[in-house]
Structures are given as C-alpha cells and as structure tokens.
Design a protein around this ligand. Structure first.
Ligand code: ZN
Length: 361
C-alpha cells in the first residue's frame, strides 16, 4: 500500500514539476542546498509533489473508507395489525388505504417495514366461531402494501381464524400484494423457515414464532400451521440463521395481555436469543407497549403494542413504531416513536417524543 502511495506521489510530483516553473525562492531547508539540482528548482516542486501526493493519498483513503463503509438498512417495525371487525368496516367505507393514511409516509421511508398481521385473510373462508375471530378481505392488503410494508409475521393466534383450509387463500393474497409472510406455512417445517432479505448488500434473516396456538385448530406438524415457540429449538435456529446472514431478526408473539412489563422468563429467553446471535427481537401480543431494551449489542422490543386495531379500551390503543438502522455490526441507531389509534387509524402522538434507545449497562 505504501509503495502504491509512493508511486502516486511520484506521478503527481512529475505533474507538479511540469505545471509549475521553478520559483525564485527556495522554501526548503539548507540540507538540500548541496544537491546537484539547484535547490530552488526542486524545493517548490517537491512541496507540490508532497502536497499533491498527500491530497491524493487522502482522496484514496476516503475512497477506501467509502468502499469499506458498512452497508446499512433502515427498518421500521410495528406491532399488531388487525384488519377485520371494526377496521374491516372502516375499510369498506373509506377504502383499503384508510387505516394507514396518517403514518404511511414514515412507514414508506424505511428500507424494510415489518408488522404482525393479527387476522386471517380470506374471502370464502368462514371465521371459526369463538370469542375473538378476525377475518379480513384480501383486498384490504392493498392498503398494507401501499403503506410500505414488506414483511408480515403470521406466527400469532389469529392468522388461522378461518381455519387451516383458508391458508392457501391468505398466502395467495399476500403474494398478490408482494407482502412476504414469515412464521406460517403448509407444514411445521415450512412455517419455521427463516425469511432471508437482501438489501444494500446486507443479508437479514427473519424468524417468527408464537407462544399461543390458534384457538380452534388442532396442531398438526404435517398440515398448515403457525410456527410455535420452542425456546431451545429457536435458539438453535437463530444460531443456524446467523451463519447464513449478517443479522437475525426474531419476531415473537408472546407475553401477558394488558401488562406493561415482560415476564422474567421472557427477559431470560430474549437475552439467550441475543447471545445466540439474534440482533433484534420484535415482541407483540399484549396489546400494550412494553420496554425496549439494549442488551449485549442487540435490541429487544418486548411488546410493540397495537398498531391498527379496533380495541375497545384506551390502554390498547397505543403502539410503538421502532425505527432502527441495521448493519453487519448490529443495530446502529434505534428510536421508538409512540403512536395512538383513533378511529382505527394510528397516528404519531402529538408532542410525543421519539425516544432514543440507550445502551444497557
Ligand atoms: Zn395475539
């Protein structure tokens, strides 16, 4: 490398000599005076050479730095998106874009936008008769796609609310709108597979699991299913996914509904997942927001709360948009932006401040 700079310096030294006539006054020290070439002839040209070669050196260093600059990807993650029931009625009246109108701009600004789709997508499929059964029309996904979403976790307790027979319809609708599902599949093995996304030269693996099985569907490994959370298996899968990617994101549908803090057991598992190689953990299900924690260079959002929902209680109307920059070295910047749902539409809280997520000691 030094030799390379030396050569470059030589070239510019020559160029400098060619362009600048010998000066009248020498700027160099008397040491050069005894040289064969009159000192005043070489002195300024040497200065030019040094200056130019330094400039070139700096330029090349800058180029090398720019080339070596780590690739980065911006990601926005939100919690539960439920497009059935009251939200479905609002969509019917106001159109598929309606739920996202107040936040689409920021959602679209990210390279990757992620959410948890907390309903079945079906036209024909019938909702399973149970207390909460969420079904949304395939056309409602047009609004989700237009709002900038790329990846949706379907590993939750509502994505099979129309039974497993409706899954092919849901998957076809997601594909139609170029939305990538994760955490669901035609069998348990398929549901557990990581979704690998490549952006700006960064390979990001997404895994999604649910702690809660869909009600009214008997679990079968060989039939359409969501990916169930098995801690030891997931730790092994995170390790495997890390080997084939630069960063691993784990979506977890977990926790106790309407609580503000995660369980100690959740913290322990989240820490183990980070230690196994996960960079980011995105939690949801409690319908309330919970802390975002920095741990060993990774980031854990225990619960992002509700994003689009027709919840009856004000406490279930809050959510977090987690915005972060992903790099090969992990999460560079992270901030959580609070949202509140009004008339089925999330909006950024007025005067609400985005919080920088500080490292945990
Ligand atoms: Zn849930």
């Amino acid at each position: 490398m030094l030799n390379f700079f030396y050569r470059i310096g030589e070239v510019f030294f020559a160029v400098g000599r060619g362009f600048h006539p010998p000066p009248e006054v020498s700027y160099l020290s008397p040491i050069r005076r005894g040289a064969e070439t009159p000192p005043y002839k070489t002195s300024k040209t040497l200065l030019h050479g040094i200056a130019l070669s330094s400039l070139v050196g700096l330029f090349i260093l800058w180029l090398c730095g720019a080339a070596a600059a780590e690739p980065s990807v911006s990601l926005i993650a939100v919690g539960d998106i439920q497009l059935g029931r009251g939200v479905g009625e609002a969509i019917q009246k106001q159109g598929a874009d309606y739920p996202f109108l107040k936040v689409a701009k920021i959602l679209r600004s990210a390279d990757i936008t992620f959410g948890n789709l907390e309903c079945a997508i079906a036209e024909k499929g019938r909702p399973i008769p149970k207390r909460y059964s969420f079904k949304a029309a395939p056309a409602s996904l047009a609004g989700v796609a237009k709002a900038g979403f790329d990846i949706l976790s379907l590993a939750n307790n509502h994505s099979l609310d129309c039974g497993r027979s409706a899954l092919p319809e849901s998957l076809a609708a997601l594909e139609k709108y170029s939305l990538s599902p994760v955490g669901i599949g035609n069998n348990a093995q398929e549901a557990a597979l990581p979704l690998i996304m490549e952006k700006h030269g960064l390979r990001i693996a997404f895994l999604a699991r649910t702690m809660f099985a869909p009600e009214g569907v008997i679990y079968r490994e060989d039939a359409p299913t969501v990916a169930m959370l098995e801690p030891e298996e997931l730790i092994a899968e995170v390790k495997a996914a890390r080997k084939q990617s630069d960063l691993v994101v784990v979506s977890l549908h977990w926790g106790i509904e309407y609580t503000r803090q995660p369980q100690e057991e959740q913290r322990r598992l989240a820490h183990r997942l980070i230690d196994a190689g996960a960079g980011l953990i995105l939690g949801h299900h409690p319908h309330t927001t919970q802390p975002v924690e920095r741990y060993h260079g990774g980031l854990i959002a225990y619960s992002l709360g509700n994003f689009v929902f027709d919840a009856a209680t004000p406490r279930a109307n809050k959510g977090l948009m987690l915005r972060c920059i992903l790099t090969k070295q992990g999460i560079k910047l992270a901030e959580s932006i609070p949202t509140v749902i009004k008339d089925c539409q999330p909006r950024m809280i007025k005067n609400g401040t985005a919080r920088r997520v500080k490292p945990r000691a």
